[in-house]
Design a protein around this ligand. Sequence first.
Ligand SMILES: Nc1ncnc2c1ncn2[C@@H]1O[C@H](COP(=O)(O)OP(=O)(O)O)[C@@H](O)[C@H]1O
Ligand SMILES: [Mg+2]
Length: 167
Amino acid sequence: MIIEVKNIDVFYGNIQALKQISLWVTKGEIVALIGGNGAGKSTLMKAIVGLVKKKSGAIYFDGQPITTMPSANITRLGISVVAEGRRLFGPLSVMDNLNLGAYLRLTKRQGQEVQKDIQTMFEIFPPLKVRRTQSAGTLSGGEQQMLAIARALMARPKAILMTSHCY
Ligand SMILES: Nc1ncnc2c1ncn2[C@@H]1O[C@H](COP(=O)(O)OP(=O)(O)O)[C@@H](O)[C@H]1O
Ligand SMILES: [Mg+2]
């Protein structure tokens, strides 16, 4: 099990956004979460990565309890997020965005491996190679989506949480 959510409750003030939610994701599995506006999809993702508090329940990542762990520590365990609106660094180049995706690895002096992974991203997403010096904010919507996914992969995560830009 890579992600295990057990009976979580999340409140915004008096309003309960998540009621006894449980979810399991095994290694290699792709899970799509579908629901109407306001159903609580984004809240569940925020709950997993530690951006909202859980009133009750537990969350495990790769067997480790992360229910009350600070968000930055959860990221270090190997979860990448491709957020709504993509959250790219608009003025920075495609290359800079990819390198920043590997920020945690660069600080561990894994520079050569990171450069190799950038080449792999260019193989998966050829348009990014052509536009590697172009600023991210000037890419087309689809190209920005490619860059957001590639940047998330640069961290070599064990799991990726992805939200659609079409809401
Ligand atoms: N920061 C917040 N403060 C108060 N209520 C919120 C907040 N964020 C989300 N909600 C409410 O929680 C419910 C679930 O929202 P959300 O998780 O964003 O739904 P979804 O992503 O499925 O559209 C909605 O009713 C929304 O209005
Ligand atoms: Mg949402």
